[in-house]
Design a protein around this ligand. Structure first.
Ligand SMILES: [Zn+2]
Length: 161
């Protein structure tokens, strides 16, 4: 039995998975990222990809950790699609209660979608009317005001407007 890592939260179900949970079906593990079969199989092959470090949301991760988790999810998605003959896959994650996050250890959902799957989508185009372009320009400007660091500098090189 492994002991909990120094940064683990003993009350966190995913940290418990990473330490000694025999009920966790791991697909792959590295020094920084792990993936396991989601106990709730929304579709066959549904998985969760998590950083090994206990961090609540994407904003608590370093860019390197986020990159490692995202690349791992990409690889798991490709394998799951091949394994279950799925032509499509959802890769998504939620941050914060208002976004639907229920376990506060960052996790990416990988959900293969079989041919003809007419189950729910995360965002259906038909759910909403289009927002007028003037409003979309205003939204873009509002978000841009809050960019900082290298991504802000990039704006000067690739001028928008
Ligand atoms: Zn945790």
């Amino acid at each position: 039995m492994e002991t909990l890592a120094l940064d683990a939260d003993p009350g966190c179900p995913f940290c418990q998975n990473l330490s000694d949970n025999p009920q966790c079906a791991f697909v792959n593990r590295s020094s920084t990222v792990s993936s396991f079969v989601n106990p709730r199989q929304f579709r066959p092959g549904s998985m969760l990809v998590i950083p090994n470090r206990h961090v609540a949301t994407v904003f608590d991760m370093t860019p390197e950790e986020w990159s490692a988790v995202a690349v791992h999810a990409q690889q798991m998605a490709a394998a799951a699609c091949a394994a279950f003959g799925a032509p499509g896959v959802n890769i998504f994650q939620n941050n914060g209660r208002s976004a639907g996050q229920t376990v506060f250890h960052v996790h990416i959902h990988v959900v293969p979608r079989p041919e003809g799957d007419e189950g729910p989508t995360i965002f259906g185009g038909a759910y909403f009317d289009k927002t007028p372009i003037a409003e979309r320009f205003a939204i873009a400007a509002r978000i841009r005001e809050h960019l900082s660091g290298p991504i802000r500098e990039q704006e000067a090189l690739h001028r928008i407007e």
